[in-house]
Design a protein around this ligand. Sequence first.
Ligand SMILES: Nc1nc2c(ncn2[C@@H]2O[C@H](COP(=O)(O)OP(=O)(O)OP(=O)(O)O)[C@@H](O)[C@H]2O)c(=O)[nH]1
Ligand SMILES: [Mg+2]
Length: 431
Amino acid sequence: MFLDRVKIWVHAGDGGDGAATFRQEAHVPRGGPDGGDGGRGGSVYLRVDAGQTTLRDFTHRHHYKATSGGRGTRARRHGSAGDDLVLDVPPGTAVYDDATGELLADLVAVGQVALVGRGGRGGLGNTHFKSSTHQAPKHAQKGEPGEERWLRLELRLIADVGLVGLPNAGKSTLLAAVTAATPKIADYPFTTLEPNLGVMDLGDEDERRPTIADVPGLIEGASSGAGLGHAFLRHVERTRILVHVVDGSSRDPEWDHEVIRSELEAHDPALLQKPIVVAFNKVDLPPAREAWPAFRRAREAEGLDVLAMSATDGEGLAAFRARIGAILPSAEELAGPPEPSGVVIHRIEAMEEGFSIDRDADGAFRVRGRRIERAAAQTNFDVEESAERFQRDLARLGIDTELRRAGIVAGDTVRIGSTELEWEAQPWERV
Ligand SMILES: Nc1nc2c(ncn2[C@@H]2O[C@H](COP(=O)(O)OP(=O)(O)OP(=O)(O)O)[C@@H](O)[C@H]2O)c(=O)[nH]1
Ligand SMILES: [Mg+2]
């Protein structure tokens, strides 16, 4: 199973309901309102944790819910706030709203946090609705529902150096040779199924410790999806340097080289703008030794950086380290993420005051708008006073006028969020 793309359902806690209670004291015949407010629901956050390297944990569990706020109670006691839920993700996790495809956050640097589900506000208790003309309000708000949605998490490894090449070229062998990583190595293609990361040692004098990623072999057509190509190519988008490993002993190293370059370009032309080191591997084998001079001339003519090596014998590896060390940025720059950092959060705030009216498939009127949907969710329609307040909201926001323009008549159904209402004839409409 490929583990760097998962879907999870996040559900922030609902706000607690406000209370509609009245003071009860022996010597006070009719006490005033004393209903406390509901507590806010817990929110759901994603946080970048350096200890995480895969999204594996999320494949076992898909549903995550923060706790809801407590209800308000009498004597102005407020409900308790719900606990926030913080989910740790590896650096390089891009977060999408699964329904819209919108990128919500691009989590790059350790410690970055993104709010992905806002907890509902607690409902106000009836003490808030007391006025000089209305001394004993029975109205209290229900808690606001917590945000809920499906997220798609995608991991793009954040490595300084990315190894690309056809299957069996020797990428994993090279990773193992220059780092302490122990990837699986075998003499058949597609041995590597998940990316491996290692830390490269550039020598005692050099304090830089670049990370190097070995991604599964790419094949012709990878850029259009062949062999999970897209998923693998995603991982090299963020590397600073690409090392293109070519099997020098293959039938046609020239063709091998060209295939990978065209796949990189088709996936994203910017990939070919990165510094690229072409590693002509397996020169311990005679066919590779024979092919090397021509291959080298051709690359140099193209202005490419090219060197010969044997990942198994160690030949050329010192030169390879030196080459990487020369191209790699300073230690300070390496400490930051390879791209402009910062959580990129694009939130589409649903219309706040505004609203829209459509017809559902069954002919019911559908009202959309953040403010009115929230008001509907927070109204307890069983309490007449609360229902009346909601009616006034509809009038104040101009929604009932628009509904009549849209042709609504008594008995029609109106849906607002998950609330369904039946339109009643208005006095001035009666015929
Ligand atoms: N003779 C020789 N064999 C090598 C060299 N480098 C790798 N190999 C062999 O080539 C085979 C494939 O090596 P891997 O490192 O698994 O290749 P890979 O590019 O990671 O392959 P995938 O994971 O399938 O993409 C193994 O049998 C290695 O031992 C080398 O420099 N010389
Ligand atoms: Mg491999």
